[in-house]
Design a protein around this ligand. Structure first.
Ligand SMILES: Nc1ncnc2c1ncn2[C@@H]1O[C@H](COP(=O)(O)OP(=O)(O)OP(=O)(O)O)[C@@H](O)[C@H]1O
Ligand SMILES: O=C(O)C1=C[C@@H](O)[C@@H](O)[C@H](O)C1
Ligand SMILES: [Mg+2]
Length: 173
């Protein structure tokens, strides 16, 4: 292992898998910083993600996201959550090689309940259930490709899931 900064772990998963919620709890448990590329993008752009989609479109958002993922992987030493669609970019998947990547696996029913009507999630603004199903079918192999650990989240509390990840990281380090 080199001396360079790297995240304790990187969380990936579908919208509603709990990356932000579980990431915050896990970071607190481990006593490290929590970083979320969605929040980084909003801070740099000076506006919420739905407004970026409206004003500049998804392609521009993905460009900002690739830069945010590269910057966060190079500077975060804590728990890092990526946006749900970050794995779509080959560049991001390649950048994740060598990192400890935890896939928060969620089934369609639980994901739909958690995202509700998709408020704050521009891709889910119309017909969230069908759109989520499509996104999850498309992305499942990509989450599996980058993950070094997979944790199931259906029917479990964020606290239980964060405790399991903390334990897995202890045995995996
Ligand atoms: N294990 C869980 N059980 C029940 N509710 C959960 C669980 N994990 C997260 N939630 C709830 O689901 C919603 C979505 O969670 P969260 O925002 O953490 O997902 P996310 O993976 O970060 O989504 P996105 O990809 O859109 O950023 C929140 O309201 C959160 O409280
Ligand atoms: O699933 C997606 O493609 C997205 C998920 C969110 O985390 C945000 O990154 C954005 O709303 C796009
Ligand atoms: Mg999130």
């Amino acid at each position: 292992m080199t001396g360079r900064t790297r995240p304790v772990c990187v969380l990936v998963g579908a919208p509603g898998s709990g990356k932000t919620t579980i990431g915050e709890i896990l970071a607190k448990t481990l006593g490290v910083e929590f970083r979320d590329t969605d929040a980084d993008i909003e801070r740099l752009a000076g506006k919420p993600i739905p407004e970026i989609f409206i004003d500049e479109g998804e392609a521009h958002f993905r460009t900002l996201e690739r830069a945010a993922v590269a910057a966060a992987l190079a500077s975060c030493s804590g728990v890092l959550a990526l946006g749900g669609g970050a794995v779509l970019a080959e560049e991001n998947r390649a950048a994740l090689v060598g990192h400890r990547v935890v896939h928060l696996d969620v089934g369609l029913s639980d994901a739909v309940k958690r995202v509700g009507l998709g408020v704050g999630r521009p891709l889910l603004a119309i017909n969230p259930r069908a759109t989520l199903k499509h996104l999850m079918d498309q992305r499942r192999p990509l989450y599996a490709e980058v993950a070094t650990l997979t944790v199931h989240t259906d029917g479990r509390t964020p606290e239980e899931i964060a405790a399991e990840i903390a334990q897995l990281l202890r045995t995996d380090s």
